[in-house]
Design a protein around this ligand. Sequence first.
Ligand code: COA
Length: 380
Amino acid sequence: MSDRMQHAGRPVISATGLFTPEDSISNAELVASFNDYVRRENARNAAGIEAGEVEALTESSVEFIEKASGIKARHVMTKAPVLDPEIMAPRWDERGNDELSVLAEIGVKAARQALERAGRDAADVDAVLCAASNMERPYPAMAIEIQQALGIDGFGFDMNVACSSATFGIQTAADYIRAGNARSVLVVSPEITSGHLNWRDRDSHFIFGDVATAVLVEDAALAPAEHWEILGTKLKTVFSNNIRNNFGFLNRASPEGVGAADKLFVQEGRKVFKEVVPMVAQMILDEADRLDIDPQGLRRLWLHQANAGMNRLIAHRVLGHEANDDESPTVLDTYGNTSSAGSIIAFHLHSGDLAPGDTGLICSFGAGYSAGTVFVRKAG
Ligand code: COA
């Protein structure tokens, strides 16, 4: 942090990083555990169900999950407790204040990979933004812990815009560079979504997975020869209760506090689908127009990974035809919905084959509602 930051810069993506937890849960394993829970719960409530006082729970199905979402598996930090029908939540020993917290640990792993790929020394990074839907605690900021673990002399802070956290982080980082307030910014998105998912809710128990991503946004003058120019960024929010989580420190003491269904992820999936698809498609087309980019000429779309059907529709509206896997790659099948990290995983895993001059779009959307676009062009 110093005299290096004086001149307005041109922001680019120098590199990305990805941390994937070893544990993975297939739909078959997930449904077996869920249905075991349903049978135990219905047995426990047999008298009430018989008397018509309690509604019997219904079993989940592998076929439904894959058809409705495109998800076949998801990675999680802790598989055994999630699949244990008596627990159905992630569990680990609470760490002491002098130990690296779990979120910081996986964020650091993704960040180190991004730094390594860019050939960047952590000492030359100016700021860390921890941009994610699920922070482990209110403070000190996760970003500052990540900053310290990496040995970065600068500043860091957390930002939460749910599924759009990473693209909002990229625009924030890009703005620091445009303004000359920083030349190298790490946007880290550790997403332990297994903690906010209600694994006992049939409508959504299959949705999420855990992961961490990192994006190194830098001034072009500093970046490695092979990088991605940021052609333009655009953010949008529109208030909606259709994806909501009421967890917070103001309600933890109430009888309906921690553990109650509304203190976890809740959504009206159909409404989300219907409202978000047109909003995002239009936003992409408007932004492409503003940047004078022909949307049909986009080489690849790295879309938010929530639902294969949503991505199919958005890609069709943007490209003007049914997109194939090469034009709109999915990571939903193996990662599930990883909240803000989804479009970054897709970009990380499916951008190496593009040629200099190729143009693409990183796009997120989700709770808020929130949506973000980052148009990029490969340089090098
Ligand atoms: N197994 C079997 N059937 C199930 C089921 C399960 N796990 N969950 C729901 N169903 C059934 C319902 O009972 C319902 O049956 P009915 O029509 O006979 O009443 C039917 O499937 C439709 O349920 P619905 O919840 O409307 O499913 P859907 O086809 O809309 O798919 C989502 C659900 C959540 C996958 C889908 O709406 C979605 O992905 N929406 C967008 C989500 C999103 O982007 N969220 C952002 C999160 S960050």
